[in-house]
Design a protein around this ligand. Sequence first.
Ligand code: ZN
Ligand code: MN
Length: 478
Amino acid sequence: MPEYEAVIGLETHIQLNTTTKIFCGCKADSWCDPPNTNICPVCSGLPGVLPVLNEAVVEKAVLLAKAMNAELQTDSYFDRKNYFYPDLPKGYQITQNDQPIAVGGYMDLPLEGGETRRVRITKLHMEEDAGKTKHDYGRRMVDFNRCGVPLIEMVTAPDLRSADEVAAYIIRLRQLLRWLDVSEADMEKGHLRADANVSIRLKGSHELNEKTEIKNVNSIESLRSAVEKEIQRQISEVEAGNVIEAWTLDWDEDSQSLSKMRSKETMADYRYFKEPDLLVVHLDDDWKAKILKDFPELPLARRERFIEEYGLPEYDADILTSERSLSEYFEAAQQAYGGDVKRLSNWLMNDVMRLLNEQGLEAGDLRLTPQYLAEIISLVDANTINTPTGKALLEKVQQSGKSPAEIVESEGLAQVSDTALIRQIAEKIVADNPENVEKYRGGKESLIGWFVGQVMRESRGKADPNLAREVLEELLKS
Ligand code: ZN
Ligand code: MN
């Protein structure tokens, strides 16, 4: 069988996390509101009203465009895209067509094995969302709450080559959107929607074949399996001598399968024309500079820097840069700690991240500040407390907000490194357990762990376990 490769492009719609809608003062996010309660004359399309552009939408679009290496345009315009659909009360969508806010751009996607895939961006513009329709009580109902919610539409060139690359791209995009505070980027809530255009060709060929479009996928895992299923379907069609037709396919989450929605009609005529009720968006140098003043280091650059500057393994750097606040926490903690980076990284990835997951927090929200974490690890390094006490202390600091030193002092957690005291306890344990002593001396040396455990228990967790082991071995072997 000849070898095929997939050719995939993604059309994404990103819901911006602004406070208000794009052209009126209604709340942008009405996820929990009853239908048609978050609307006004502007977004429900009443006659005689005028849209006013929300500047925060432009600012977020500029941040994303910059992060995607796109070229920002000084002057951009809005257009009307005319079509009739019940969820579109004005009869047109305000979008950008001829002169969008940015042109070009790309994302360099790291692939497994160290390779990089450059995914080009062919479209990046601002627009308003439409409402929703649904069938209920045997009738078709419309909800206009979502009308006028700000979106960025971003379309890639057909540069992705597998379902895994599609998933990797969306994961990176989601990370970037949150990093820039541009969108909540929650696919389940429709904050990030992705349609995939899929075709196949013989590997090495440059031909573009007929493609199908996959719609209505609402999670990254579903997107991955929908694309994978469609690639396999197209390969078996071609192998059977059939021709791929340009269908639009609907993903059904319950049955995890694709079904044909419609044959793709020829390009609709949207009769685009410039929106007469809005001014040009003039992004002058001052405004641009103001928006980009605190433009952050981006996740992939930070990941590279963590590997080079701190000598972190790729795996650690990946995790520590998965969220912006976590990466900032790491650097602040390392600055305060100054010790072995890998040691700090382990504490962060195991213990701090468990705390974050359990409590549903971001690193920036922790009462366990980076300085407190550094202090705890330093206390363990200095043998003032042992490791289990350090881990418990971490939770106590998070609970109380008190400093580690304060808690160690007030709860008497300092480790017992007094050899005489440990010897006293160990002697008692040995005297009280003659059977186990005999077994140990008879060759069952693994029992040492049990003896150390007894000393730890007797000392209420405070004994230095290494010292305890030393003393016990000496007693048991004598
Ligand atoms: Zn409104
Ligand atoms: Mn669109």
